[in-house]
Design a protein around this ligand. Structure first.
Ligand code: PHE
Length: 453
């Protein structure tokens, strides 16, 4: 059999995984959740969820991928031959496919906003809410933009593991971090930004309740990309000396830093322009921010232009690296299971996602009234099915699989790189405790809460 590709370096491994994790979830969804759930207290709970649930689950997913060096479907088949566990692998791939289809729609909006920002429209539009509605409801542009971002991801994925995913992550991720730094400084420098900082730094614990806890957990899973085939697939390209726990820790740290910094970019800016509310919901980055860029820099439009371009570029880079990680599991499955060439496999994924993405994109406009199951539009249905059902279910089964099903020796062998690394005993004890008990129980709680009206 042909030798399977691997990533070339440890830095590459961290950057590709961070590329998957850092996405619209950090820059778009996290600030929205923070705004809706009362600021700093939410952030604290979120960080706890990342440490106690996110890192162990991500490590568990790495274990499955690196041990087998196969796509998720075959990985579960190898580790649990002749059992129903293959469904877990298959479901991860399936979910990645679905998420990619609707995620590309929002990535497409981002591309549209980046183009508008470059052309100076974002900073001169008179009614940003009307612009957003008009654009998302139109029949052409959202579909075109969805297809274009999918083709961008395609362009990287056809080039393969090292010359595609790793190479471009190594270019895009440092650029992304640099842009974040520039934007944080810019946002702090705005007059009146201190109110925004206070909102982010002074916890109001009276806001904490079960709902906040559950939103924080859900956000942590989504943001860290756990419970899908994505990290498992990336881990199947890890080298034998990659340190799984350390990689998961670094990725979680980068992901959380980017999320918190996005809050530091958005809230001081939003507060400095007092007419817009910080809990403006999902429209925050597409409706609220254009007004902020405009109002804050009325006298120096060039600075407003610069910040707008940088911000949407950041969002697009973040979205693209996550799209790559959703593209690859399905592609790997087609290559390895159906013996397709990488080019054909990638094309099948890209074209099918363009088709599904078109339906999702149109569900804001021409297909608005077409309801799928549960009275949801296509976009909402895809989101619901993948983020609210398959993701928690995937995370739950992952924790059972690695915590209870896999032999303990195999797990320890992967954690220690075949007994080459030494860890204190408490680390194993905590890992197994979190993955066997805390993770499944916590996920069950989120799941039940999400499903209850
Ligand atoms: N973690 C990505 C984000 O924050 C989204 C994602 C979810 C990517 C699941 C891959 C798998 O936007």
């Amino acid at each position: 059999m042909e030798k399977r590709a691997t990533f070339g370096s440890k830095l590459g491994i961290i950057l590709v995984s961070a590329g998957s994790a850092v996405g619209l979830g950090n820059v778009w969804r996290f600030p929205t959740e923070v705004g809706a759930n009362g600021g700093a207290a939410f952030i604290l709970v979120y960080i706890l969820c990342v440490i106690l649930l996110g890192v162990p689950l991500m490590t568990a997913e790495f274990i499955v991928g690196r041990n087998t060096h196969q796509n998720p479907f075959d990985a579960y088949r190898t580790l649990a031959p002749g059992t129903a566990w293959v469904f877990q692998g298959g479901m991860g791939v399936f979910a990645a496919w679905f998420i990619l289809s609707y995620y590309s729609v929002v990535a497409g909006w981002t591309l549209q906003y980046l183009i508008s920002a470059v052309m100076g429209r974002v900073t001169t539009m008179s009614d940003s809410a009307a612009y957003f509605t008009e654009f998302t409801q139109s029949a052409w542009m959202p579909v075109v933009m969805t297809a274009v971002v999918l083709l961008m991801s395609h362009w990287v994925i056809v080039r393969g593991v090292q010359a595609g995913i790793e190479k471009y992550s190594k270019l895009m991720m440092p650029l992304l971090l640099l842009i974040i730094a520039v934007l944080v400084v810019g946002s702090f420098a705005m007059p009146g930004s201190s109110d925004g900082l206070r909102f982010l730094l002074k916890p109001d614990f009276s806001k904490l309740d079960g709902g906040v806890l559950l939103s924080a957990m859900g956000q942590a899973f989504f943001s860290l990309s756990v419970g899908m085939g994505c990290l498992c697939t990336y881990a199947s390209y890890f080298t034998d000396d990659a340190r799984l726990l350390k990689t998961a820790g670094s990725v979680a740290l980068i992901d959380t830093m980017v999320a918190v910094m996005s809050g530091f970019i958005i809230f001081p800016a939003v507060f400095s322009v007092q007419t817009v509310a910080p809990d403006a919901g999902p429209g925050l980055v597409f409706i609220t921010l254009p007004s902020v860029f405009q109002m804050a820099f009325e006298n120096v439009p060039l600075v407003g232009w610069f910040f707008a371009v940088m911000f949407y570029l950041l969002l697009l880079l973040a979205a693209l690296t996550s799209m790559m990680s959703l593209h690859e599991p399905v592609t790997a499955l087609f290559i390895e299971r159906f013996r397709l060439s990488r080019r054909t496999a990638t094309s099948v994924v890209t074209l099918s996602c363009i088709a599904l993405g078109t339906v999702c994109a149109l569900s804001f406009g021409p297909l608005k009234d077409v309801r799928f199951l549960f009275g949801l539009t296509f976009f909402d249905f895809f989101d619901f099915l993948s983020a609210k059902i398959i993701m928690p279910l995937g995370g739950f089964l992952l924790s059972i699989f690695v915590g209870w099903y896999l032999p303990r020796n195999l797990v320890i062998k992967e954690l220690t790189n075949n007994h080459k690394l030494r860890f204190p005993r408490w680390l194993f004890v905590s890992f197994f405790f979190l993955i066997r008990w805390v993770a499944p129980l916590a996920i069950m709680a989120i799941f039940i809460n999400e499903l209850l009206p």
